[in-house]
Design a protein around this ligand. Structure first.
Ligand code: SF4
Ligand code: SF4
Length: 227
């Protein structure tokens, strides 16, 4: 799923500026599940903005709403009245939802209240771990189902780099301690699968042009256009 974290309140305030009719719009799919931008979180942010407006005497009116998915225009139709009535939409959806909102209601001012950060796997309650970078050229069929693009700190296709110690990655920072070495994990799982030979297979340079590094991508499903 797509995960995101709420921006600091001061940053949101700066984006809102002096607008008088503010709509906080949540999205009830990914960002709701990661407890960042669903209807409940939209209601909380709207309350915070309302209290701030009262404290500062700005006279701003703040409403909140939520779409089932902000990334699909059909669901945006259901909140169109509220969007049209607002001077500004503060979106709590992921970057895709925010841009869907901005495109559908152009030139309505739509600003983000969250920072979209990764494609994450729920590991335990309130913990998500990055598992995919949407590289467009999936290699995990040969790496025991473990993604070297996002789980190896150097995105090595032919690891390990030689810097791992006791199964831990050599790349650590105060914020990122105890990172597991992806290639250690790959080796352990390949062994368990009896596919050790894949560890020494030399992988050619990856097709990074299929990732976001190759420019904006698109996906067309021709057969679906016929139905
Ligand atoms: S190899 Fe690419 S598509 Fe596959 S999991 Fe990793 S980032 Fe995602
Ligand atoms: S120690 Fe492992 S995870 Fe870290 S950069 Fe090297 S190969 Fe990648």
């Amino acid at each position: 799923m797509i995960t995101a974290e709420r921006k600091p309140f001061d940053e949101i305030l700066a984006l809102v500026g002096d607008k008088k009719k503010i709509l906080v719009a949540g999205c009830d799919t990914c960002v709701a599940i990661c407890l960042t931008g669903g209807e409940k979180e939209a209601e909380v942010l709207a309350s915070e903005l309302r209290i701030k407006a009262e404290q500062d005497g700005t006279g701003a009116e703040v409403e909140h709403t939520a779409a089932i998915r902000q990334c699909e225009w059909e669901y945006l139709d259901m909140i169109a009245d509220k969007v049209e009535a607002a001077d500004i939409v503060v979106s709590m959806a992921c970057g895709i939802g925010i841009q869907s909102m901005a495109e559908k209601f152009e030139p309505k001012l739509v600003v983000p209240a969250v920072d979209t950060n990764m494609l994450g796997m729920p590991q335990e309650h309130a913990l998500w771990l990055e598992r995919c970078g949407a590289c467009g050229d999936c290699v995990i069929g040969e790496t025991a189902g473990i993604c070297p693009v996002v789980r190896c700190s150097k995105s090595l296709m032919n690891g390990p780099c030689g810097g791992s110690h006791d199964g831990k990655c050599e790349v650590t920072t105060p914020e990122k301690e105890d990172i597991e070495c992806a290639w250690h994990l790959i080796w352990e799982r390949l062994k368990a699968q009896g596919r050790e030979e894949l560890m020494i297979k030399n992988r050619p340079p990856k097709k990074w042009n299929l990732s976001s590094s190759g420019g904006p991508r698109k996906m067309v499903r021709e057969e679906a256009k016929l139905v």
